[in-house]
Write a protein that binds this ligand. Sequence first.
Ligand SMILES: [Zn+2]
Length: 326
Amino acid sequence: MNPPSQSGIPNRCTLVNILGTSVKPGERHVLDLQVARLYTRTSVEIPVVVQRGVEEGPVLLLLAGVHGDEVNGIDTVRRVLDELRERPLVQGTLVAIPVLNVFGFLAMKRELPDGRDLNRFFPGAANGSLASRLAHALVTEVLPAVDVVIDLHSGADQRYNHPHLRYTELDAASLRIAEIFDPPLILPSPIRQRSIRAHMNQQGRSYVLFEGGKARSIDEDSIREAHRGITRVMEHLGLWSGNSDTTRGASYLTGSKWVRSPMAGLFHPIMEGGSKVEKGMVLGLVADPYGDQRKHVKAPFTGQIIGVNTSPVVNQGDALFHLGLM
Ligand SMILES: [Zn+2]
């Protein structure tokens, strides 16, 4: 383990080697992560932007598009890269992968062409499925050089997520990054086997996952929150100079549960993401199309709404509100 930097996050930036390229202080490279050749004989390369500051410091990876249709994260990384032109790095290294699942991004789908969710195939294998190969390439060519990962996501189709950050449960270093990020909500996340989180945790590196908005849709609030949080982390790690804006203080949630639909019908949410609700409060309404029957959806406990189903019609038992425990 390398000695901790001033920020308290270990760094291994003395030699930044990514994708077989030694990146020297002050250099910027756009490298290609080569994954596969398609049946059209088109080779697929995933651009990886590496910008190193003039001084030594931690290596931060901004990762987006693990799910190809989650465009908010992709646009967030784009904005940070755009800003880098005007605001050069001081120390450390920024690695940015705006679109990891390029296949899904082209098709505006969450999964890879074979229907697999990339985030269930880590650390992957060199001779495995497309998902497994892509995971393996990231794990062997990029992640060994990285100290901290900020992975940007949105809710799945028809699920709006209020901007929040998920840190790895029981991992103090990830929690510290979440505190610096200062999102509206902070939620502990258990380790799911074969995810990027599981791999980073096993390697003793920090990993946080931002969630905001929903798939296939640009949500300015979520992008602004993600951009603000990334800026704060970059300033704290010394990648950018300058003092961060005032900490607002996030709501710390201890866990979460889904509130499900009591019947099939048309769904009208009443409360929105981020709302604090008391036990028994009406969150929404489900009604049949014939005007005969309608039911209130009530909060089973006092908490704060993390996510809302935006589908106009739902089936009995469908997840409607993702409610955080305070
Ligand atoms: Zn996602």
